[in-house]
Design a protein. Structure first.
Length: 294
């Protein structure tokens, strides 16, 4: 089984993520390394880095020989495909900054939405992303954190709903080893992949394997979908309370191909803030159901 966890808040300091994760039963975490709705964040000082490292090291112990896996999610403002020069430049600057923050914290992967072409066209958008990634990696040449390109729902002009887009980026960047992939269940379903049956699930993974190689999948986002199959709408629902239902999650969480891959919830928290705790319990209750032979 993959390491089940959730996106948790870093309010009050990045090290707080581990306390919050423990409170809801996380075996993996996703965080923002700065305010996700701002281009710039306050500097990540040595004290914050040390506190994060200490809190993470403390998660190892009996039954868990290694510290919790942690990934980060990039700012929603970043759009490497933007045809607007100022936005494209700010996006590159922001991505360099976030990769540097990930390296300072020892975070191995930064999930990134590929971008939206905003009317410039798919080819132009994908070419712009490849050039931007090359520029970012050239400015941070010794970076350890991979950029994990996420599949998307394909709403509007957003690229990445078709995994062929990821394949093209991998072909066109100069250092493809600095790229990984994050698969999102809600996004895949909204883009037309019916994960509710074993045949549909395997068909999606076969397409992913052909496009990018399953070894490059470094994270999953486990989200139910508020909207139906092929809707192209990116709206998450709690596990088992959306159009995906439970069967897809029963397949993915026990898939031995991803047993070392963090599986992260980004589902609604609910009025009581306990949505992730409930969803983690729901996921764990599925072990041994129809997905157990994956």
């Amino acid at each position: 089984m993959g390491s089940l966890g959730a996106h948790v808040s870093v309010a009050g300091g990045v090290a707080k993520a581990f306390e919050r994760g423990a409170a809801i039963g996380c075996d993996a975490l996703q965080v923002f390394v700065k305010n996700a709705n701002a281009w710039r964040g306050k500097p990540l000082d040595a004290a914050a880095q040390g506190a994060f490292a200490a809190a993470r090291a403390a998660t190892a112990g009996p039954g868990r020989p290694a510290p919790l896996p942690v990934i980060a999610h990039a700012s929603y403002l970043i759009n490497l495909a933007s045809p607007v020069p100022a936005t494209a430049e700010r996006s590159r600057d922001a991505l360099v900054d976030e990769l540097q923050r990930c390296d300072a914290l020892g975070i191995d992967g930064l999930v990134l939405h590929p971008g939206a072409h905003v009317g410039a066209g798919e080819d132009a958008g994908l070419d712009a992303i490849a050039r931007a990634l090359d520029a970012v990696f050239a400015r941070h040449p010794d970076g350890r954190a991979q950029v994990l390109l996420e599949n998307t729902a394909g709403q509007g002009t957003v690229l990445g709903a078709d995994l062929a887009h990821h394949a093209r980026l991998l072909r066109n960047v100069a250092t493809p080893e600095r790229l990984g992939v994050c698969l999102d269940t809600c996004h895949a379903f909204a883009a037309g992949a019916d994960l509710r049956t074993r045949d549909g699930y395997e068909a999606f993974l076969s397409a992913a394997d052909q496009a990018v190689g399953l070894a490059r999948v470094r994270a999953w986002h486990l989200n139910d979908s508020l909207h139906p199959l092929g809707s192209r709408k990116d709206r998450h629902a709690s596990i088992g309370h959306g159009e995906l239902g439970l069967d897809a999650f029963a397949l993915v969480i026990v898939d031995s191909r991803f047993e070392r891959v963090p599986m992260i919830l980004e589902t609604p928290l609910g009025d009581d803030g306990q949505g992730h705790a409930r969803d983690l319990a729901t996921l764990r209750s599925l072990i041994g159901t129809n997905g157990s032979q994956a």
